[in-house]
Design a binder for this molecule. Structure first.
Ligand code: ATP
Length: 129
């Protein structure tokens, strides 16, 4: 069976290269699945879940980014990513509490707090799957 070669990059550098039979991402238009031989595509990724059918199904929390797919090569550029098992739940809960505090303070950067809240909720949701 054909596979997609997946490369995931973050500001820290290369996070992972892997092979997957399906790449499922949260794009700005909702959940999108990519199978081998898909047409070339560029997508904006929202804060959300990504699932890769690797040796087994792996679930990741993505903090937003971009996806580029061509010739069965998929490059994901994201601001942060964690595999479900890498997510520190206590840290995400604290981040959520901080974001909520900022949101109730009119002197805070509300947009920044809103995005931080989304990242925290996404991590909590995925860790709790
Ligand atoms: P925090 O306030 O806890 O740092 P954040 O949403 O501001 O959360 P990011 O800027 O998205 O954090 O990520 C910074 C780095 O920390 C990234 O490498 C990301 O993978 C990692 N990271 C953030 N939160 C968690 C978490 N709950 N568990 C594991 N790694 C995390």
């Amino acid at each position: 069976m054909k596979k997609i070669r997946v490369k995931i990059l973050t500001p820290d550098g290369l996070y992972k290269t892997t092979e997957a039979s399906i790449v499922n991402v949260t794009s700005e238009d909702g959940q999108r699945g990519i199978l081998p031989s898909h047409m070339p595509i560029v997508m904006i990724l929202n804060i959300g879940k990504m699932e890769l059918e690797e040796e087994k199904r792996e679930v990741y929390a993505v903090a937003g980014g971009m996806l580029y797919f061509k010739d069965d090569e998929c490059t994901i550029l994201c601001s942060a990513i964690e595999n479900k098992d890498e997510i520190d739940l206590d840290r995400a809960i604290k981040a959520k509490e901080r974001a909520l505090e900022h949101l109730s303070d009119p002197n805070s950067d509300l947009k920044r707090a809103e995005v931080a809240l989304k990242r925290a909720i996404n991590r909590i949701d995925i860790r709790s799957l």
